[in-house]
Structures are given as structure tokens and as C-alpha cells.
Design a binder for this molecule. Structure first.
Ligand SMILES: Cc1ncc(COP(=O)(O)O)c(C=O)c1O
Length: 351
């Protein structure tokens, strides 16, 4: 089985190496055992963190792996400017700004104004400014048109913009199929092959882990915890399945993924995207106090809360070796300092 796994990993890497790519981070990221956190959660859990919060650029995070392929494709297509735009506190946009700074590419961000963008910039927004992105803040309903107008303006100025969008999800999936290969290699090295890999998200990242499991012949479970509620979970899982299928095609193969192949729940997402939950903040504080590590209230705190609940209610079997992919988002704590301080300042320290 081991020989077989190593051969499959080599084949996956060889196929991925045919795609345009730029180097933005040192790899592999560490896989670290969390003994004190495991004991605090109980049930014989053997939890490891895949430290993708440590991808080595601009405060790290999962999008750095994806941007290696997206910006590789952008340069291969002759683009000379990057345009992106999501939430005002987007981790993805902050990592895009950092990657563009490293590559010397102008980066334009069209970001949504919301309750976390008022006043002096903080968290991810502050960092995006610091990395030199040209930032336009717009009302949420104006964002798609504003991005399109910006693309047209740049073209009129003789630029060739690359607009980051849904087509990049498949590239994120390629990156995370490779990340699963790293996880399995590192697990085997230390005699702790995981039975379950958990992640916060629903899109390319989870799609890639699911694709990696398929092409590497790994029989464990990939569990996804969504950061926002959804009226239509099936449609969202279908989007991830599409990213997995498209990534398989980019890797020169064919895989039949459907919504049923993506296991994802929004049970721990709370009321809305970008709103912290009590359980997420509690999980974030527990990680901080047992391991000295930081998770974010928007993504990873919610995923950790889901993992903890799954262990406690037996959805994850007692004694399991579990990997939580720490996808980063640590600058979120500064934009959410009021919410985080509720969990961080213990009552006995508050006076
Ligand atoms: C910290 C963090 N974790 C997880 C995700 C989810 O990744 P995906 O969009 O691939 O589902 C994101 C996306 O922005 C993120 O910023």
C-alpha cells in the first residue's frame, strides 16, 4: 500500500508540474501534533494541524497555494495586472495583494463595504493596503459592475488584466489535492496516518482534498465545515464537485464527482458569513490556550468548533487520528477584536 501511495503521489506531482505555476511559498507546511488540545477535547482524539496558516507569504493562508497556479496562469496568458474583489476583510484578497507585491504585478481590489471596514483600516484590509493594492470600496450590490468597469478601464489604458473568479476554484482544487499528498506523506513518516481530514470551506480547498483522496486511493474521510449558512447546500456541494472534476481534467484525467461526494455542513456557520459564533470563539480560545496558536473567527474557528462537536457526539470515532487543515485567516482577529476579546479575556482577568 505504501509503495502504491508513493507512486500515486509522484504521478500526481508530475501531472501538476505541467501546469503554469509561480513559487510563492516554501512547501511542505508543517504537520503538527496538538497533544494538549487533543486531551482538552477528549475521546482519545489524536489531532494534528496542517499548518497552512504558515504558507510563507503575507501572513499565510490557503489561497497562497491556489495563487501559485492562478498567477502562473495569468502570467502564461500574458496578463500584467490582477483584479480581485470579495468581502472587505477577505483573506483571499489580502493574499492576492501580497502575491502581486512579490511578483511586481499591480493589484486592484474592489471590496465590499461593511461593518468591518468602517474607520481606519484593520486586519486583512490594513494588510491589503500595506501590500500596495489599489483599493476601491463599494456597496455590496455594486461590486460585480464595479469590477467589470475596472476591467474595461484597465483595458482602455492598454493593460491586460487577469480577473480572479470562479474559474480559479479548479486551480485551488489542484493545489489542495497536492496538499493532501503532503499530509499523507507526513502522516506516514510519523506513523500516524489520518482517518479524517477536516477543513473550513466549501469550495476549491475541500474539492481538492476530495480529489486528492480519490486519485491517491486514500480511504479516509474529508469533512468540510462551511463558514456561512446556505439555503441550498446541494447546489453549493455541486459547485465543489464541479471544481474537483475540472481540476481532474487539468491534471490530465477524468473523475466523476457529484454533490454526494462532497461532505460539508453549514451547521456551525451561525447566522451569516462574517459573523462570529459563540462556539467558534470558544474553539479559537481553546486552541490559543492549549497550543499557543491562533485561528480566525470567520473561517477556522467555526471549522474547529464543528470538529470538536463531531468528536464529542461520536460523528468522529473515539481514538481517531484527525488532521485539521489550518487554512489561516489569522489577521481576522484584529478586525474582530471586540468579539475575540469576549472569549479571550477570561472573567478572572477582566478587572
Ligand atoms: C481562512 C480561510 N479558510 C478557508 C477558506 C475557504 O476556502 P475555499 O474558498 O476554497 O472554500 C477561506 C476562503 O477565503 C479562508 O480565507
Amino acid at each position: 500500500m505504501r509503495e502504491d501511495l508513493h507512486a500515486r503521489i509522484a504521478d500526481l506531482r508530475e501531472r501538476a508540474a505541467r501546469l503554469p505555476r509561480v513559487s510563492l511559498t516554501e512547501l511542505p507546511t508543517p504537520l503538527q501534533a496538538c497533544e494538549r488540545l487533543s486531551r482538552a477535547i477528549g475521546h482519545g482524539l489524536r489531532l494534528h494541524l496542517k499548518r497552512d496558516d504558515l504558507t510563507s507569504l503575507g501572513f499565510g493562508g490557503n489561497k497562497i497555494r491556489k495563487l501559485e497556479f492562478s498567477l502562473g496562469a495569468a502570467l502564461a496568458q500574458g496578463c500584467d495586472t490582477v483584479v480581485h474583489g470579495l468581502a472587505g476583510q477577505s483573506n483571499y484578497c489580502r493574499q492576492t495583494a501580497a502575491a502581486c507585491a512579490k511578483l511586481g504585478l499591480p493589484c486592484h481590489l474592489v471590496l465590499r463595504r461593511d461593518h468591518k471596514t468602517a474607520g481606519a483600516p484593520q486586519g486583512n484590509l490594513l494588510l491589503s493596503h500595506l501590500f500596495g493594492a489599489r483599493i476601491e470600496m463599494v456597496a455590496p450590490d455594486e461590486q460585480p459592475a464595479a469590477k467589470q468597469r475596472l476591467v474595461e478601464r484597465l483595458k482602455a489604458q492598454g493593460r491586460t488584466p487577469y480577473l480572479i473568479g470562479s474559474q480559479d476554484e479548479a486551480l485551488g482544487a489542484v493545489a489542495y489535492a497536492l496538499c493532501l499528498a503532503e499530509i499523507l506523506e507526513q502522516g506516514l513518516e510519523r506513523g500516524a496516518e489520518p482517518g479524517v481530514v477536516c477543513v473550513t470551506g466549501w469550495n476549491g480547498t475541500q474539492a481538492g482534498l476530495a480529489l486528492g483522496a480519490r486519485v491517491l486511493g486514500w480511504r479516509g474521510r474529508v469533512l468540510g465545515f462551511a463558514p456561512s449558512p446556505s439555503a441550498d447546500e446541494a447546489r453549493r456541494r455541486e459547485a465543489a464537485a464541479r471544481a474537483a472534476r475540472e481540476a481532474a481534467r487539468l491534471l490530465g484525467g477524468e473523475e466523476s464527482f457529484s454533490a454526494g461526494d462532497i461532505v460539508n455542513t453549514s451547521a456551525y456557520a451561525g447566522a451569516a458569513y462574517g459573523e462570529a459564533t459563540a462556539e467558534g470563539l470558544e474553539a479559537l480560545a481553546l486552541l490559543a490556550r492549549t497550543e499557543g496558536l491562533v485561528a480566525g473567527p470567520v473561517y477556522t474557528g467555526k471549522g474547529l468548533a464543528g470538529l470538536i462537536d463531531y468528536v464529542r457526539k461520536g460523528e468522529i470515532a473515539p481514538g481517531s487520528v484527525v488532521v485539521f487543515v489550518h487554512t489561516g485567516g489569522t489577521p481576522e482577529v484584529f478586525a474582530y477584536h471586540q468579539e475575540v476579546s469576549q472569549a479571550a479575556v477570561a472573567p478572572e482577568h477582566a478587572t
